[in-house]
Ligand binder design. Structure first.
Ligand code: NAP
Length: 269
C-alpha cells in the first residue's frame, strides 16, 4: 500500500557519497525518472556522465542545486566529518535529508546536530546491497524512521521509490533498529570475520552447513573493514553482543571439555 494517497512526485535527489551503494541506489532512481546529482570525496564525474548524473566537485554548488532530497550515503566512519565540512547554512530551501547508513542512532544524532532546524530528517536502512538486490528489490526489507518530517507528501514520494520496487517497508525507531541489527547484522559480520581469520575454504566434501559458512565468510570479507568497524563503533548495542559471543564460545568450549573428561573417566573404570 502506498504511504500517501497523493500521486508521488518526481524528485531532484542530491547524493552525498557516491561510492558503491550510492551508485547502486542512483541507478534505480534514474530508472524511475528522478533527477540525480552527486558529490563525493573522489571525482566520480566520468561515471556520473555515463549514468546521466550531474557530478559536483564543489559542495557549495551542490547545495545550491535546488535538491528536494539530499541522500547521505557516506561510510559510517566518515559521516560526521563529511557533514560538518559542508556549508549547510547555505541551503536556500527546506530540504529532506535522508541517510542510508547501516547503523541508525548515530546518523540521526549527527543530522539533528548539524542541520538547520527547518530541514526534514528521514533515517533509513535499505537492508540489501548490490549483490542481494541485483535481481530487483522485491520483498527486501527497507527500515525507516520519520525523525522530523513536516512535508509529508515529499517524504512519501521518497519512500515510494522503495515501495514501488516491492520492498517490505518496516517502520521502527532508530534505537530498535540498532538493537536488532547488533544481534543480526553485526553478529553475522563478526562470525564471518572470525571464519576468515581461521582461513576456512571450500573442500571437496562440503556439507550444506559448511557451504553456508563459506558463503558467510566470502560475503563478509567483500565488505570493507571500515563498514565492520562502523557497525561496532557506532552501534551502542554491538559491544554487548561481542561479549555475548565470547561468553557463549567459552560456555560451549567448557561443555565439550567437561564431556571429554567424563568420557575419559568412564573409560578408566
Ligand atoms: P562504504 O565504504 O561504507 O562508504 C563509501 C562511501 O563513503 C564513498 O562514497 C566514499 O567516498 C565515502 N567515504 C569514505 N571515507 C570517506 C572520507 N574519509 N571522507 C569522505 N568520504 C568518505 O561503502 P558503501 O557500500 O558505498 O556504503 C555507503 C553507506 O551505505 C554506508 O554507510 C553503508 O553502511 C550503507 N549501506 C551499504 C550497503 C551495501 O550493501 N553496500 C547496504 C545498506 C547500507 P568516495 O567514493 O568519494 O571515495
Amino acid at each position: 500500500m502506498s504511504s500517501s494517497s497523493l500521486p508521488p512526485q518526481t524528485l531532484k535527489v542530491g547524493i552525498v557519497g557516491f561510492g558503491t551503494f550510492g551508485q547502486f541506489l542512483a541507478k534505480t532512481m534514474i530508472k524511475q525518472g528522478h533527477t540525480i546529482r552527486a558529490t563525493s570525496r573522489t571525482d566520480h564525474s566520468h561515471l556520473c556522465h555515463q549514468l546521466g548524473v550531474s557530478f559536483f566537485r564543489d559542495v557549495l554548488s551542490f547545495l545550491e542545486a535546488d535538491n528536494d532530497v539530499i541522500l547521505v550515503s557516506t561510510s559510517i566512519l566518515s559521516l560526521s566529518e563529511v557533514l560538518r565540512s559542508m556549508p549547510l547554512h547555505c541551503l536556500k530551501r527546506r530540504t529532506l535529508f535522508v541517510d542510508v547508513l547501516s547503523v541508525k542512532e548515530h546518523p540521526r544524532n549527527v543530522l539533528l546536530q548539524v542541520l538547520p532546524e527547518e530541514m526534514d530528517v528521514l533515517c533509513t536502512h535499505p537492508m540489501f546491497g548490490p549483490e542481494s538486490g541485483k535481481n530487483g528489490w522485491k520483498d527486501l526489507p527497507f527500515v525507516y524512521e520519520r525523525v522530523r518530517v513536516r512535508d509529508e507528501p515529499r517524504c512519501s514520494s521518497f519512500l515510494q521509490i522503495f515501495e514501488s520496487e516491492g520492498c517490505r517497508m518496516v517502520e521502527m525507531s532508530c534505537e530498535e533498529h540498532d538493537k536488532l541489527a547488533a544481534r543480526s547484522q553485526f553478529l553475522s559480520h563478526a562470525i564471518g570475520r572470525i571464519l576468515s581469520e581461521m582461513g576456512i575454504e571450500s573442500t571437496s566434501m562440503n556439507t550444506k552447513s559448511f557451504e553456508t559458512l563459506v558463503k558467510l565468510k566470502e560475503s563478509t570479507v567483500n565488505d570493507s573493514f571500515d563498514l565492520f568497524g562502523g557497525l561496532f563503533i557506532h552501534n551502542r548495542f554491538a559491544q554487548q553482543e561481542l561479549m555475548n559471543l565470547e561468553h557463549s564460545f567459552e560456555m560451549v568450549k567448557q561443555r565439550l571439555l567437561k564431556r571429554m573428561s567424563e568420557e575419559q573417566n568412564l573409560n578408566k573404570v
